[in-house]
Write a protein that binds this ligand. Sequence first.
Ligand code: HEM
Length: 205
Amino acid sequence: MTELMEQLRQATGAQHQILEKQAFNQALLNQNLPLQAYIAQLQQYCLLLDVLESCLDKQAHEAVGQIWREDLRKTPWLREDLDFFQTRYELPALPATQDFMHQIQHLAASETADLLGVLYVFEGSTLGASVLLPLLQKNYSFEQQGTAFYRAYGSNTRPHWQAFKAQMNQLTLDATQQAAIIQAAQQSFTHIGTLLEAIYTAQPA
Ligand code: HEM
């Protein structure tokens, strides 16, 4: 059987391509994303990842226990960035964030390993972040501060991803469990697309 991580890559590849071409990410790549949109993404991600991480903390499923570790937690980076911008509590959760939060809570309530599909998407996003980091540093003239989330694991990003991949592939999961994780990852890509679209279109012209 094809390894879980390869299945996830194949099942979400088309969605990833669409996400890369989306206006928010194109603006990041073209170094013309308004700073407020960049901060709004960090803010909304912080709200989301707070929910995801606390659900993962509580999830008793064996497979989640085998994967979820302290060093995968991303809210400390987001809090560091938001402290720098001094805006953490300024915005409420957007409807798209609320929908995604409800989805995460729904998956958590099922007491399955499905949340690993959501984790896969955010973990994988550290790879794209290392491409985007120098661009946003240049665009906003940032040195180090305000970019902790996009710095992620720094020079350790690729090895960190390889280790995550190996651990995910070692899980003992049947085809039904794997399919549910893949579906959760696909739904996460859809939610993130909707959220980034909402943030981008909310910016003043
Ligand atoms: C312009 C924006 C983006 C760029 C340029 C980008 C770029 C990349 C790159 C270069 C990789 C590594 C591909 C490889 O080595 O095989 C990657 C992987 C990945 N990215 Fe992105 N990315 C972007 C946005 C996102 C976003 C917003 C998310 C989700 C929040 C995301 C999720 C992922 C995932 C899950 C993977 C792992 C794919 C796999 O299973 O191998 N990316 N991305």
